[in-house]
Design a binder for this molecule. Sequence first.
Ligand code: CTP
Length: 413
Amino acid sequence: MQNNNCQEKHIFRPLDGRKILFGVSGGIAAYKAADFCRNLVKLGAQVRVVLTKNGARFVSPLTFSALTGHKALTSMFHDDLASPMTHIELAKWAELFVILPASADIIGKTACGIADDLLTTLFLAFNGKKLLFPAMNPAMFENPIVQDNISRLRAKAITVAEPAKGTVVCGDTGRGRLPDFEEVLFLIRKSLANNDLKGLNILVTSGPTREPIDPIRFISNRSSGKMGLALATVASMRGARVHLVTGPTCLNIPSHISYTKIETAKEMAKQVLSEQKGMDVIIMAAAVADYAPKTFSKSKIKKESSGMTLELEQTSDILLELGKHKRAGQLLVGFCAETENLIENAFKKLQKKNLDLIVANNVTEPGAGFDWDTNKVFIIDSDENVEELPLLHKEDVADRILDKIRDVLSLEV
Ligand code: CTP
């Protein structure tokens, strides 16, 4: 059984040396930038910080230097710099340029191409992906001039994140707060990913289902939902339009992922089958219960002196139904968790359910299957090609499954 009150953060894979140029402009949210930089470094990113003059009044550059292990810069004209070409070198070095917080002033300057300090000059010199996180008083954020400037940046393929709603430091309420780190990280990782699944509609299912016995008890299984959430997250980062249908899990779903929560196999079947038509790819990572109690007792079943027999009936096989109604060009992916005869059983399921791919794992292997952040799987296609993957983070497994989907659909990289 699962604990309904749990709340577990999504475990992202490391950022393994990705090069992030991190701009800090003047705003009280600069204090959060220090913590976010620290978290990015902890995740393995290389971070170089540039502050505006006002940014440096809120948080000392020394703080950022200590947190990132590299001197945080504030001016074009440092005497101690090895080369006077710092802005060009940094611009060439970075893969992504983040400005957090982005004040109304910096949004205005960058939208107009003003380059009167190191940060704004770098912004023009850098020709990679740019990502701004506005944070300011809500009245300032809603001001049509600021909104116009944001539209100008977006029209040039610069990502400007939506600020969170709430009460800001001065006590006003509205849009103007920095999103939490999970959201920031999601957008950073999306900006670093390639966009090779753009235009695809992908439905992913995850987690267990719960089949109620009485108001207190239910039958469920050990699925944590991590593999399904990893697939939804990575597919969304790679540009797909993703909808996640999830059973009850402890996972915190990033707000950029559209999702529907269901409880029973019947609810999952209804939701998934209603969405089938509009989907290019459906990935059934959920551990759907095969059996549910035949009757539901409205009142708590009391303990008898002897044992108890529970009558179960089979639930409908969602993937089997999807396979029967698969339209031309639609790709169906199943999962197969086994304890023995893995490849043989997986291929039988692929054929029986009319699938294009099946992802098989032996749940008895250490590090694989339920509740781990890692998984060790085989990807099998309809020509019986078997690709064995090593033990990987579930997001890396998700990437490899999505690579295979991309190849089967013959999408260009
Ligand atoms: N599945 C489904 N509906 C069900 C049961 C399973 O759509 N009622 C899907 C799962 O989401 C998974 C695939 O079918 O993608 C295989 O599930 P699995 O439990 O491994 O196999 P079953 O077909 O249920 O067969 P068995 O339990 O006998 O191994």
